[in-house]
Design a binder for this molecule. Structure first.
Ligand SMILES: [Zn+2]
Length: 264
């Protein structure tokens, strides 16, 4: 962590600078970073390096055993993955054109149902572009929504489960220059989505945790990941308690589990 990284408390929110390097050389990457986030296990340390993109056999074993969905379900909690998946996604996986990322893999391995375009149409899922522009372009009859409405839908899903996960990655793609969107546009979308979540959540009983597996978008000078701390943004009940327990991305799942146990 850099010397300038300090915890910021403002207006009911806490921002905790969070180490994503995990004491392993090189640039943090998605497969190991997400495994660390989702399990609390120092995955890059286990495999000896930061692993990009999709989980390897070793990482899949760690995820299957210890992912946060599994941990909450083992404590009789209800869980949800709010993202929507199209049949085309599963076809692409079947033919090997796509592979499951760590979040999707974890949900599937824990038996968490994946949400569908029908759920999306009814506001019971959120697409990873927040607005449904992509599924609409693919021909799905789902409403065009604002990122703010996506946030309200997320808060609605979250109100029904002990743990609700939503995976968002346009920030990484935009920072790599892999989608035709300016990074600032993506940050504005996140802001609007947060506004929807914060406006709709019941914060005397809910906790929102926004976190990332690695840096990238915060440094516009280069289009690669960084070793900077990532922001953990906490809003709602338990934020002080959870903030105290977070210094690295491996702390996020244990801190959430501890908070859920304290609320049970
Ligand atoms: Zn990336």
């Amino acid at each position: 962590m850099t010397e300038t990284a300090v915890i910021i408390r403002s207006n009911g929110a806490i921002l905790v600078p969070t180490d994503a390097t995990l004491d392993v050389d090189g640039l943090p990457q998605s497969a190991t970073g997400q495994t660390a986030l989702l399990t609390g296990i120092n995955a890059p340390k286990v495999v000896g390096r930061h692993v990009t993109a999709y989980p390897t056999t070793t990482l899949k074993a760690i995820l299957t055993e210890s992912n946060i969905f599994r941990q909450v379900m083992d404590r009789d909690g209800s869980v949800a993955l709010a993202n929507a998946y199209t049949p085309e996604y599963f076809s692409a996986v079947e033919v090997g054109r796509l592979r499951h990322g760590a979040v999707t893999f974890s949900a599937l391995s824990a038996g968490v149902p994946l949400r569908t375009p029908k759920d999306l149409g009814e506001g019971r899922a959120v697409f990873h572009d927040l607005t449904n522009a992509q599924p609409r372009a693919w021909g799905y009859e789902v409403p065009k929504i604002s990122p703010e409405q996506a946030g309200r839908n997320l808060a609605g899903i979250a109100s029904e489960h002990h743990l609700t996960v939503f995976e968002f990655f346009l920030s990484d793609l935009a920072a790599h220059g892999r989608v035709p969107m300016a990074p600032v546009t993506v940050v504005e979308m996140i802001d609007q989505c947060l506004s929807g979540i914060i406006g709709a959540g019941k914060w005397d009983e809910m906790l929102m945790v926004l976190v990332s597996d690695h840096g990238n978008i915060e440094d516009g000078r280069r289009d690669i990941h960084t070793r900077n701390p990532v922001p953990t943004l906490l809003v709602g009940n338990g934020r002080d308690r959870v903030a105290e327990n977070i210094a690295a991305i491996t702390d996020v799942t244990p801190a959430i589990i501890e908070w859920l146990a304290s609320e049970a």
